[in-house]
Write a protein that binds this ligand. Sequence first.
Ligand code: ZN
Length: 385
Amino acid sequence: MDNNRNYDAQRPRKKVSRQTMRVRRLVALLVIALLVLILVILACKACSPKTDNKGGKDSKSKTTTTTTTAVTTTMPVPTTTIIVTTVPTTTEPVNNSDFKLDKYSFEFAVGETQMPRVLEHPEGSGEWNEMWSSSDENIATVDQYGNIKAVAPGSCQIILRDGGDQTQEVQIQITVIGSPNATTTTTANGLTADPQSTAMSAPAPAKISDPTAHYEGNTLIVNKSYPLSSSYNPNGLDPTCEEWFYKLVSAAAKEGINIFLSSGFRSYDLQQSIYNNYVNESGQAAADTFSARPGFSEHQTGLALDVNTIDDSFAGTPEAIWLENHCYEYGFIIRYPLGKDAITGYKYEPWHIRYVGSDVANQIHAMGANATLEELYNVTSQYAE
Ligand SMILES: [Zn+2]
């Protein structure tokens, strides 16, 4: 060991000529230059795909460039031709945008309001970018949330554009008729037709066709004591309930409150699979406090719906508070209020509203905070077994 160390220390250093030193320096410089070059190339690569692949803003600037070229060279823009040749498959307006709506045409009466539901926005965009306008405000007006109001008989288009990319545009065909149409008058509880007077009086829903259904007066009761038969399937929300729900949505929107439908009609079969899943997850006793057994769910009536976030985080939000204070004005009640578990059979569900019509909703409202259908009619809600 010692021997080796001594050998190393005493080993004479090799003499390096000046020329070799110069060559070495040159090589070192070249290596550094090469490294810098590689870094620059990498940096460029990292930047370039971003600008190419982004949606929204960049596709907008792209479009602008195309248009400018087209104007200066007066050449036809190929994309325009594609749009023109698209064949309409229905009588509804053609939608070439990335917006998806539930309806593209409306026929309704002077004084009434409608609101198309936006199911999809262009990629990277959303509700906040919606820009609504009317082609003729003498026929129908539209507000910033998409509430369309019929002003006078005639037809026009309501246009929805995306604020981020205004080439994204969809048209909604509006036909306004002079008096409320048949569908609204039939649900109006015998009252004919002044939309102003029916506006504050939600009719009782029509009686359902299930012969085993339990009624108290005009009010259908579905709870743990009163089930529906497994064959009862209206296959959707009751039309009156749906109509008044969207009146509620419009009214809330005018106050900056965003209420949306999360879960409406549920069939017997769907409830069965939901309930079974909960039982498997949490056991039957726990499941029974928050999920109805098949046949016992109000959602099977088509008169109940869950809005916004279906969990405890919804409680106390401005939307939940608005709903609690105003839903009765549109014929709805909070079906499972706070502290009434023993009476309704369910824990507090601020998101679950039930359409009963103005008469019953007003009665329950007058009974004070957190009153229930069970208390109004003095009925129980308990499973028989
Ligand atoms: Zn519900």
